[in-house]
Every structure is written in C-alpha cells, then in structure tokens.
Design a protein around this ligand. Structure first.
Ligand code: OAD
Length: 244
C-alpha cells in the first residue's frame, strides 16, 4: 500500500489538468448508501421499479415512497466528508480542472467545489414533468404525507431532477464531460463501480486520449485492468490523507 500511495503522490504532483470522476462510494462516508457493493440500495430495492422512467410513468408512487422513506431523510442529513474537502483544496491549488459526478446529492457544491458536472442530475431540484416549474425539495417532502404522487399547480406529476434508467443524460453535461475527458492529464476515479454507461465511458476516453487513469474504489471495477494505478480503499480517506 505504501508504494501505491507514493505512486499516487507522484502522479498528483506531475498532473495539472486533473478530472475527478466520482460515484456513490465517494459519498459513503457522508452516510449515503451506495447502489452496489456491500449493503447497496439495489440489493433492497429493484432498480427496474424504483429507478426506471417507464415504471415511474406507469406508477410514480413507488418512486415517491422510496424518495420519502429512503432517499430524502439520508440526503437531507448528509454533509460533505473529508474527501469532498480534499477536492476543494485540489481545485484551489489549480490542479483540479473539473469534477464529473454521477452523484445526485449536491455535496461537491456544498463543500465548495465550483466546477461540477452532474451527469445524473440533482435530487434537490424537483420539477414538473408537464410545465417544468421547479419546487423546493423540502416543501415537496412535507406534502408527501398526504399527496402521492405530488403534483404541480398545473396538474402535472412532479419528479426529482435525477436521471432514471431509460432517460437520456442531460446533453450539455455529457458534452462538457466528454470534452473534459479529452483534455485532462489525469483522471481520478473515486468510489464508482464503473458499470453504468454512458458515464463509465468517461475514464476510458480520458485514458485513450493520454491521461493517467487512477481508480480508488473499495471493490474491483471492470477498468482495473487498464488503469495505471488501482487502490482498493476508501476514496475519501486516501484523498484526505494526501491532500487534506
Ligand atoms: P455504485 O453503487 O454502483 O458503486 C459504488 C462503488 O463504491 C462500489 O464499487 C463500492 O465498492 C465502492 N465504495 C463503497 N464505499 C466506498 C468508499 N468509502 N470509498 C471508495 N469506494 C467505495 O455507484 P456508482 O458507480 O456511482 O444511477 O453508480 C452509478 C449509477 O448507478 C448511479 O449514479 C445510479 C446507479 O444506479 C442511476 O440511478 C441512473
């Protein structure tokens, strides 16, 4: 492990155009469950029901119950962890160029990172599927006790601003992420299983374009074989040890 850490230190010191690619494992130390891996949400909830746009369109009450009982209470309580703050520091040092996240919890921005691309949206923003009017997450949460699914003043169904399976990623975010992948000199994957596409193509593209690929994730990922350095450890602990 000591050798891996000193390799990572060396890579960080020679890189000046770093992108961080974060996943659910990066928010684990903030108390938010991952989807896969030990105790992952998808072992309790079937994603084809609770995270699929076709199912949501048929019956949004499943999703909203999941949001009310499982997601909102956890996300509401969550605070950025040492890893989030380490990335803020790396940005201030002028080394971190952009964060590309699959997380929908907004914790990078709350920590103070200024350049965050959210590939899978943000659950703190609620919007109407008919007229696009937006609502505050806290106001909607209060209504969930007596109104399922919650509706807009126009009568349309409300939906959190997260991308569900079967929905396209926000095009602008995807374009910006692709551009960043093509222009970075290091791609630092932090807490992602790297199994969900198109997001997981970002580290591959970065490496193909010449960036050094480093993966810090507790469980093995499908890109471990091609990465320049792999550390199976807590991403926020390793980062805060090096940068914090
Ligand atoms: P996953 O839940 O698929 O993977 C999280 C990874 O984090 C696992 O491989 C764990 O081993 C690892 N892990 C857990 N704790 C960690 C820690 N403290 N430090 C480092 N690694 C840790 O999460 P994502 O890859 O983000 O999308 O999942 C991608 C997408 O799948 C999500 O955005 C979500 C989900 O379904 C949608 O819902 C569209």
């Amino acid at each position: 492990m000591g050798e891996k850490i000193s390799n990572l230190k060396k890579i960080l010191s020679t890189s000046n155009q770093i992108i961080a690619f974060t996943g659910a494992g990066f928010s684990a130390e903030s108390g938010i469950s991952t989807f896969r891996g030990a105790g992952g949400l998808w072992s309790k909830y079937d994603p084809s029901i609770y995270a699929n746009i076709n199912y949501f369109n048929q019956d949004p009450t499943y999703y909203w119950n999941f949001f009310k009982d499982e997601r909102y209470p956890v996300i509401k309580k969550a605070k950025p962890n040492d890893g989030h703050y380490a990335l803020v520091k790396l940005e201030k040092q002028g080394k971190l160029y952009r964060i590309i996240t699959q997380n929908i919890d907004g914790l990078h921005q709350i920590a103070g990172s200024s350049d965050v691309i959210e590939l899978h949206g943000n659950t703190r923003k609620i919007f109407c599927m008919s007229c696009d009017k937006t609502y505050s997450i806290d106001d909607i949460y209060k209504r969930l006790k007596y109104e399922l699914p919650p509706r807009c003043s126009c009568g349309g169904v409300l939906k959190p601003g997260t991308v569900l399976f079967g929905e396209p990623l926000p095009q602008y975010a995807l374009d910006m992420a692709m551009l960043a992948a093509q222009n970075c000199d290091m791609c630092l994957v932090l807490g992602s299983s790297l199994v969900v596409y198109p997001a997981a193509s970002i580290p591959r593209i970065a490496q193909k374009k010449g960036a050094v690929l480093v993966i810090i994730n507790i469980d093995p990922t499908p890109l471990d074989d091609i990465a320049n350095l792999v550390i199976h450890e807590s991403a926020s602990k390793i980062l805060s040890r090096l940068i914090g």
